[in-house]
Write a protein that binds this ligand. Structure first.
Ligand code: 5RP
Length: 267
């Protein structure tokens, strides 16, 4: 691996081999998502506990100060919205030159395996990998399911993750699922887990993050289940403990319970 690529990968994945990415890119197709209406307000208290943030250029410029020292994963796919016909009809929205100008550590793109736009999204990934490799910028592929949340099973996610890795993604972001080891075993590059829509109990989140780590994920790219929680800083600290300190779900819950007392409930 070239020095630049290796250096950027090391910025993203910490020396223990694990990573906590914080995605705040949801507005690129969802608009002002609940509790991310004002991205700066959501992000600022959480930044100290994130290893990297996943963000579009618009929110990066408007809501993150340039003296921020956290690695940036730039979301560079888009072009579809919740109001449109098909979320899988995405293109590349941001050039590699822009990514370099913004001094990012990686770029991220969604692929929609099995959708009407499967081929386009996979070829977009391939083109982005070609560009990224030229400049030493890793590509994170997001195995997106659009509105079809029921697709999140091991058979589908293993297929999508493997294809993303085969096309050159340096990191794959997928969902946790039952039999998650099938997804990780079949994917020859590091895997991080997203959370999907906000669930009611924190323990459920800690359990799936812990289970995924035991099965070989290197960490998370977890958004709504952190910043849509009433106590997002407590969530970050608890999840950080699972990822970087090997805490069990019960230990993470104890951290959450003690930390939430120090935090004002988010309206
Ligand atoms: C949305 C994304 C998000 O980065 C990803 O889904 C993780 O966020 P969440 O945990 O909220 O699902 O790719 O476009």
């Amino acid at each position: 691996m070239e020095w630049g690529m290796a250096n950027r990968m090391a910025q993203l994945i910490k020396s223990d081999g694990h990573a906590l990415f914080l995605p705040v890119d949801h507005g690129y197709f969802q608009g002002p998502t609940r509790k991310l209406e004002e991205p700066r307000k959501t992000l600022e208290p959480l930044l100290p506990y994130a290893d990297a943030i996943f963000i579009t250029r618009g929110v990066l410029r408007s809501s993150v100060d340039p003296d921020n020292s956290k690695p940036i994963i730039l979301r560079v796919s888009g072009g579809a919205s919740m109001a449109g016909k098909d979320l899988s009809n995405e293109g590349i929205t941001t050039s590699m030159e822009e990514a370099i100008r913004l001094n990012v550590s990686a770029v991220g793109i969604s692929v929609f395996v099995g959708s009407d736009y499967e081929k386009e999204s996979l070829l977009n990934l391939s083109k982005l990998v070609d560009e990224g490799e030229k400049y030493g910028i890793p590509v994170m592929a997001v195995t997106a399911v659009g509105r079809e949340l029921e697709k999140r099973d091991a058979r589908y996610l293993a297929l999508a993750s493997r294809i993303a890795a085969e096309l050159g993604a340096r990191v794959v972001k997928t969902y946790w699922c039952e039999n998650f080891e099938k997804v990780v075993t079949g994917c020859p590059v590091p895997v991080v887990m997203a959370g999907g829509p906000h669930v009611d109990s924190e323990l459920q989140v800690f359990e799936f993050v812990w289970d995924g780590m035991q099965k070989g994920a290197i960490g998370v790219n977890l958004g709504r289940n952190i910043w849509q929680n009433d106590f997002p800083v407590a969530m970050m600290k608890a999840i950080r403990a699972i990822i970087h300190e090997n805490a069990t779900p019960e230990e993470a819950q104890a951290i959450f319970d003690s930390e939430k007392g120090k935090e004002k409930k988010k309206p």
